[in-house]
Design a protein around this ligand. Structure first.
Ligand code: SAH
Ligand code: SF4
Length: 395
């Protein structure tokens, strides 16, 4: 009798997902409340906002108005929410705030990339980067999802910083809103009106799928049509390969997926991305094949950091195209960004060209990511480190 075909989804995955969610709860952010007891309204779901409004004795339709003020108008001062009478505005101000993280540093590079270091209420900090398109009329906001990371990828500087905690919904949405404040892009542009902050990439500090609940809630808020209204097609979540959560993100959020592949042989990927020991390449690619939100119009991005003499051979490039054969995909080649103490070098331009041409000959787009904001060190994890070092702290 022929062997039974293997099911598409590994049986252990739902258990793994539950374990990942339980672990995330151990690193939960503090409540979004000021010392004086006032609640920050940023980051509440519509239902939660309605409950807060009901708790101070106001009608449910007020929540809709407040939502519009917060996410469409970008208003932070209740006194200016003029669709409500003064006594009500006063009552709101007594009970709530519409907060932003504190901007510790905002630096703009000669190439217009702008990097922010934000501080949250408990003093934890994370960075956010705005990367404008060369045409200058749109751009991507790179958001952090955690302070530090548990995953220790060997080429990543964030991986050397232990996980302090997950960022909360308020803080994830807050990074976007504060970046938007700095460009004065309020009210939220409607429909197809061009916008400077036109896409979100979850590619800052941390592993977004290890903080799924907060990331998912935050993305639902930015996608809400009566506020920031960014389409799911304009949001890309980058993961190092948390397979059980990829299924959930695809079904529940439907955002674009980027996968930090970086190696095509398990032996090497085990070393570069240690999570590979848990979810090896074959499982990762299988999860990509069943990712519901992928199509030819919405291809999965495979990120591939170019490390000299490590993963940049022609044989690696050929293995890569075999691995992703038939997937709607593109390959983003990222020249390695060195950091003090890193053990790798960037591939030579010739090696990158050779690698890219093999991938392109197989029919995949293989853009080489241009380093941006180098004069202000706008790369993964570096600003925070610089600031910590300048204060005499430990990186
Ligand atoms: N944790 C998620 C998202 C954040 S990292 C992930 O790993 O996908 C965003 C991207 O930057 C990832 O592809 C990551 O591998 C890459 N990266 C990290 N350090 C880098 C470095 N020093 N040079 C180039 N790319 C790097
Ligand atoms: Fe964490 Fe991503 Fe850096 Fe790996 S590459 S250590 S998953 S932030």
């Amino acid at each position: 009798m022929p062997a039974k075909p293997q099911p598409e989804t590994a049986g252990a995955l739902p258990d793994d997902a539950a374990r990942i969610m339980a672990k995330a709860a151990l690193f939960a952010p503090p409540p979004a409340r000021l010392a004086d007891g006032r609640r920050d309204l940023v980051g509440l779901t519509r239902e939660e906002l309605a409950a807060e409004v009901a708790a101070i004795g106001e009608a449910p339709f007020r929540a809709k108005q407040i939502w519009h003020w917060i996410y469409h108008q970008g208003e932070t001062d209740f006194a200016r929410m003029t669709t409500m009478a003064k006594p009500m505005r006063d009552k709101l101000a007594e009970n709530f705030v519409v907060g932003r993280p504190e901007t510790v540093v905002a630096q703009t590079s000669t190439d217009e990339t702008r990097k922010f270091l934000f501080r949250f209420r408990d003093g934890q900090e994370a960075e956010t980067v705005y990367i404008p398109d060369p045409e200058g009329d749109r751009g991507a906001v790179c958001l952090s999802s955690q302070v530090g990371c548990t995953l220790s990828c060997s080429f990543c500087h964030t991986g050397t910083q232990r996980l302090m905690r997950n960022l909360g919904v308020t803080e994830i949405v807050g990074q976007f809103m504060a970046a938007r404040d700095s460009y004065g892009e309020w009210p939220s542009p409607k429909g197809e009106t061009p916008r400077l902050l036109s896409t979100i990439v979850l590619m800052g500090m941390g592993e977004p799928l290890y903080n799924y609940d907060n990331v998912a809630r935050a993305m639902r808020i930015v996608m809400d049509g009566e506020g920031i209204a960014l389409s799911r097609r304009r949001i890309t979540l980058s993961t190092s390969g948390v397979v059980p959560m990829m299924d959930r993100a695809g079904t529940e959020l439907g955002v674009n997926l980027a996968v930090s592949l970086h190696a095509v042989r398990d032996e090497l990927r085990d070393e570069l991305v240690p999570l590979n020991r848990k979810y090896p390449i074959a499982e990762l690619i299988a999860a990509c094949r069943r990712y519901p939100a992928a199509s030819n119009a919405r291809r999965i991005t495979f990120e591939y950091v170019m490390l000299k003499g490590i993963n940049d051979s022609e044989a690696d490039a050929r293995l890569l195209v075999e691995l992703i054969a038939g997937l709607p995909a593109k390959v983003n080649l990222i020249p390695f960004n060195p950091w003090p103490g890193s053990a790798y070098e960037t591939s030579t331009p010739a090696a990158i060209r050779r690698f890219a041409s093999i991938v392109m000959d197989a029919g995949y787009a293989a853009p080489v990511r241009t380093p941006r904001g180098q004069d202000i060190l706008a790369a993964c994890g570096q600003l925070k480190t610089e600031t910590v070092l300048a204060r005499g702290g430990r990186a």
